[in-house]
Design a binder for this molecule. Structure first.
Ligand SMILES: [Zn+2]
Length: 74
C-alpha cells in the first residue's frame, strides 16, 4: 500500500521494533511483523498484531522495570 505519512513510499512486509512508553516505563517489542515504508521507514501494524503488541507491553509493565525488552511471538 502507499505510505500515508510521506505519501511517496510504498510499504512492504518486514519486521520492526516497536517502542511504547507508559508513564515511567518503556517497553521495546522486537521482531514485530509489519508493513514498512521503503521511503521514510514508517511502519503499519495490522489490528491483530497491534493487539498482541499491546498485550505484551501490558505484561512487561507488570514487572515494573524502567525498560523491558520483549520479543514478539505470535
Ligand atoms: Zn513513507
Amino acid at each position: 500500500m502507499k505510505c500515508t505519512i510521506c505519501k511517496t513510499g510504498e510499504t512492504s512486509p518486514g519486521r520492526v521494533t516497536v517502542t511504547l512508553q507508559r508513564g515511567e516505563s518503556i517497553v521495546v517489542v522486537k521482531d514485530v511483523p509489519a508493513e514498512v515504508c521503503d521511503d521514510c521507514g514508517e511502519y503499519y501494524l495490522n489490528d491483530a498484531v497491534a493487539d498482541r503488541v499491546y498485550a505484551l507491553a501490558d505484561e512487561a509493565l507488570e514487572r515494573h522495570h524502567e525498560v523491558e525488552i520483549v520479543r514478539y511471538a505470535a
